[in-house]
Structure formats: C-alpha cells, structure tokens
Design a protein. Sequence first.
Length: 193
Amino acid sequence: MAVKINYGNKDERKLNFVHKLYFPEIFKGMWFTFKHMFRPSVTLEYPEYKPNLGPEFRGRPVLVAENGKERCVACGLCARVCPPLAISMQAAETDDVKERYPERFEIDMLRCIYCGLCEEVCPEEAIVMSEEYDFVFHNRKDAIFDKQKLMIEKTRLSKRLDWLNVFRNPNFGDVYDHQVQNNKHSVRDRSVR
Ligand code: SF4
Ligand code: SF4
C-alpha cells in the first residue's frame, strides 16, 4: 500500500527567502562556537588530567585491607545481594578472632553494575566503592578480579570510609547508628575506623 505523505502540515514552519539561504544560521552557529573559544574550559584533557572525585563517587568495589589482611568475615551477604551475581567467594576458618575469612573472593567486573549494594549490606565495612573507574580487559578472564586485585589498604580508602560513617543509612538519622545497630556481633575494634 502506498504511504501518503502529508506535505501540507499546518504546523510546518514557513521559510522566507533569508531562511532559505541557510547562511545566516550557519554563521550564527559559528559565532556561538567562536565566543566559547575564549571562555574557561569546562572539560578535562583526560587521561592526562583526571577529575577530582568526591567521596560519594562509586567506582569499582574493593576489599578493605588492614595490615595486608582483608576485613571480610565471609558472611556472604554481599554475594547474596549483588543483583547481577558478580561476587563469588569461598569461606574458610581462621584462628583469628573473626573466625572466618574468604579463602577465595572474586568479582566479575564485566557483571558489576557499580550499584553499591554490596557496600550497603556489609556489616564490617569490608567492601567499599573506590575511586577507580578506568580499567580495561583484553579477555573475559582478566575481568575476574581476585582477592589480591581487590584488596586495598584502608588508609587509601579513608575518604570513602569517613564519608560512609556520616552518610550511610541517612534516613534513620539520629535514631539509627549503623555502626552500633548493624554491627552488634562484630568482633572488630570499632573505635578504629
Ligand atoms: S557494586 Fe553492585 S553489582 Fe557490583 S559487586 Fe557490588 S553489589 Fe554487585
Ligand atoms: S558482606 Fe562484607 S563481610 Fe560479608 S562477605 Fe561481603 S565483604 Fe565480606
């Protein structure tokens, strides 16, 4: 069936002679660009210059390490809550006071959607969102980050940990202190962040 084209739309803009030349509009566009050449730049020459990210930025999730050891107690909550099932782990027993640790902990970075839910549910502040966002893989295997790749010393994560301490669970405000309420059973010394 032939398609009927409506050439006479009542809303169609009527072009006069100047409009039909098109040059005025082209020069207007060029003038606009020219004006902006002398204004301060709002873009960065990435990757030579990188943005100064705030603590609220959610980069790749990492494991918090204390003196080379992961804080994680292998409770499995993060793996359970992760929407794309990006986290997998194997728990094992340890003689440390925390009793359990992840013998194997992996995040498939091709699956991760940077939602931050793992950080939200972790009762130990053992997994947090970092500032790192620029990494590439040459194959799918490289995208699976193991414990060694995930562990970052807590001193390098202090910006995020301090921010979490103030803003985590903000809806509950004064009546809900996540560190006290969420971590009732934690054996970690909570006076040290
Ligand atoms: S940030 Fe979200 S998607 Fe990524 S590992 Fe954590 S819970 Fe999973
Ligand atoms: S929720 Fe926290 S403590 Fe539990 S397994 Fe995940 S990272 Fe470890």
